[in-house]
Design a protein around this ligand. Structure first.
Ligand code: SF4
Length: 361
């Protein structure tokens, strides 16, 4: 095994310390950071403003690693899905969801997930391990490699404009690595994705919400999916650990004192389970009780092989949205993307069985 230090995923301070330990001046860390994250260099030989001797010294001591692309699929609506493999052979999926002149990259934070939401394909795969900060950051770097978005374009011209931490895993079960990765991805001297364009989605790990958001400055999305504890516990067992009241109290704390902090609540509509007008009314009452400034993201369910739920019919989805809108909440219905390649919300998985998902679809 190599005893070289991997550079991707080191904080600026750690990078500076690694270089000074080699006898280099600290300004070299600034140059290296720019090469790694602004120019996207994957090889020391590309770093042409460093002397040949220094480039060689760096190559002897450090590595710059991207995960291996195992498969790539592009759906009929241009949604792009990668199956990525890390050095130990573990795999995750990442998805790019393009809009007309921009798009979001959905990144993963764990191999598998321990939360076990019953509607989620990833949740049917047990947690194997957390991803490191390097593995989280390098997913986005792979997407940038694919679309040739190096050096970092300005905000106005980039296609990979947003990041959603909504792929495989519960980010707040891997909080330190996720915080470190998000701070690298949003650093203005490198990849420089605006913090306002990064959304971290949690199933509701209540005690960590405020801290994670304060330390990253990104936006918060919460997977709610039900308006009361009885129903939510049935479809999201994590609700038995952190109840709706605990989650919404944390959201309230996060919003207190800062009017700009809007929260998106994700709500997956499951046929006959959580899609009645009564559920919508209960949801509205909840928002009012906690005084939350929020919008809803209504998600039509994307079935996957072996799942027990069915999607709500369109008419019920629209009626649900209308109830929320009449109460003053934005409640757009998310257009399902990448369904033909199992890249839609809740469909990601990393085991060998999805490599050949054409036969499943
Ligand atoms: S929805 Fe998210 S938190 Fe729930 S099982 Fe799937 S990956 Fe885990």
């Amino acid at each position: 095994m190599s005893n070289k230090t991997e550079l991707i995923g080191l904080s600026k301070e750690e990078l500076t310390a690694a270089l000074t330990a080699l006898g280099e001046k600290s300004f070299r860390a600034k140059q290296l950071w720019q090469w790694l994250y602004y120019f996207g260099a994957a090889d020391f030989e590309q770093m042409t403003n460093l002397s040949k001797v220094l480039r060689q010294k760096l190559a002897e001591n450090f590595t710059i690693t991207r995960p291996k692309i195992v498969t790539e699929q592009i759906s009929s609506d241009k949604t792009h899905k990668w199956l990525l493999e890390f050095a130990d052979g573990q795999r995750v999926e990442m998805v790019y969801i393009p809009e007309e002149d921009r798009g979001a990259v959905c990144i993963s934070t764990q191999v598998g997930c321990a939360v076990g939401c019953r509607f989620c394909h990833t949740g049917s795969q047990k947690l194997t391990r957390n991803l490191t900060a390097a593995e989280i950051v390098s997913q986005f770097m792979v997407a940038r490699d694919s679309y040739g978005e190096w050096p970092s374009p300005t905000n106005e011209t980039r296609y990979l404009s947003n990041i959603v931490v909504m792929g495989m895993g519960e980010p707040l079960h891997n909080m330190e690595n996720v915080i470190k990765a998000l701070n690298i991805l949003t650093d203005g001297d490198g990849i420089a994705i605006s913090r306002r364009r990064v959304t971290m989605s949690t199933s509701g790990i209540a005690p960590r919400i405020v801290e994670a958001l304060q330390r990253t400055g990104v936006r918060l999305a919460v997977s709610l999916h039900a308006p009361n504890n009885k129903l939510r516990s049935q479809i999201m067992p994590i609700n038995n650990v952190y109840s709706i009241d605990e989650v919404l109290s944390a959201c309230q704390k996060y919003q207190s004192g800062d009017g700009s902090r809007y929260i998106t609540f994700e709500y997956l509509l499951l046929d006959g389970i959580n899609d009645s007008p009564e559920c919508a009314h209960e949801l509205i009452a909840l928002m009012k009780k906690y005084g939350l400034r929020a919008s809803f993201n209504l998600i039509p369910f994307n079935p996957w092989p072996g799942c027990v739920f069915q999607p709500s019919p369109n008419s019920r989805v629209k009626a649900f949205a209308r109830e929320l809108e009449n109460a003053g909440f934005a409640a757009p219905v998310r257009v399902a993307r990448g369904q033909d390649i199992l890249a839609a919300c809740g469909q990601l998985k990393s085991k060998k069985d999805i490599e050949d998902n054409k036969s499943e679809a």
